[in-house]
Design a binder for this molecule. Structure first.
Ligand code: FES
Length: 281
């Protein structure tokens, strides 16, 4: 079992990028930063960009993000360690995630986890010796209608069994492509997927099946029954059944001290929105 595929114990981290890589990452980062009103808002996609280069959020990647965004390395690390999609050590070519949240677990997710952990010989967040697969227990991926689900680099494999999940990892281990139930036609590598998550499309967004029958069941039923969503208020939220919440009352955000005109009256909120729209136009 190797936890840090691609780096042996005791081997030091490389602390900077060569000039060509640095120039390429800088150009990509400039494109990411340009999407946001404030540079620091670009940190999450930039961490994916670093993963697309190094296969994890490396120390040099943290230093690069900090210097590009005017942050400290401690601030970047604090964000990188909060989200499980950011890896703290070199990841395998494919992250195989088994959902072990309640619905998937009772539908067979726990049995799938046992099967994959046994056959791969690794535990949670560990990577096989050949560097192909990092196995993870994952939380609900909002695909409960297809429970139990397995994710491979964030592509869905629905309605799995221990045998079908075993077939997926055997196929990956043999170096062959795997085909998700929904999404793109095949699953790209962890580094390639990380670049997509950084916001650089790979032209495959329209491949494969989107929403399936179980996912669309609710909207089909609503259409058949003529159900409609309640009308929106000016603030963009649904009007409560009993009218406006009383200031300071249950479900009222005005339980905190008012800091803007929008906190004290819907008219103030309306005025704020109108002036915001005027600024944008
Ligand atoms: S519980 Fe597994 S996708 Fe929701």
């Amino acid at each position: 079992m190797s936890v840090e595929a691609g780096r042996t114990p005791g081997q030091t981290h490389r602390t900077s990028y060569d000039a060509e890589t640095h120039a390429r990452l800088t150009a990509d980062s400039d494109a990411i930063v340009a999407r946001y009103p404030q540079a620091r808002s670009a940190l999450l996609p930039m961490l994916h960009l670093v993963q697309s280069e190094d296969g994890y959020v490396s120390p040099r990647g943290i230093a690069f993000c900090a210097s590009h965004l005017g942050l400290t390395t401690a601030e970047v690390s604090a964000v990188a360690t909060f989200y499980t999609q950011y890896k703290r050590h070199p990841n395998g070519d494919y992250t195989v995630g088994v959902c072990i949240n309640t619905l998937c677990a009772v539908m067979g997710g726990d049995a799938i986890w046992e099967e994959l952990s046994d056959c791969l010989g690794v535990g949670h967040d560990e990577t096989t010796d050949d560097g192909r697969i990092t196995l993870e227990r994952i939380e609900c991926n909002a695909a409960c209608d297809y429970a139990p689900v397995v994710m491979v680099n964030w592509e869905f494999f629905d309605n799995q069994t221990p045998d079908s999940a075993r077939e997926i990892v055997d196929t990956i281990s043999a170096g062959n492509p795997v085909v998700p139930t929904r999404g793109a036609d095949t699953v790209v590598s962890f580094k390639e997927m990380s670049r997509v998550l950084a916001g650089f499309g790979d032209g495959r967004a329209n491949e494969g099946v989107g929403g399936g029958v179980p996912t669309l069941r609710g909207i089909e039923l609503a259409r058949a029954e003529g159900w409609k969503a309640p009308p929106l208020q000016a603030s963009g939220t649904a009007a409560p059944a009993g009218g406006e919440p009383k200031v300071g009352g249950e479900q009222s955000s005005a339980q905190r001290p008012a800091t803007t005109s929008g906190d004290v009256s819907p008219a103030g909120e309306q005025k704020k929105q109108t002036s915001g729209e005027a600024k944008e136009s």
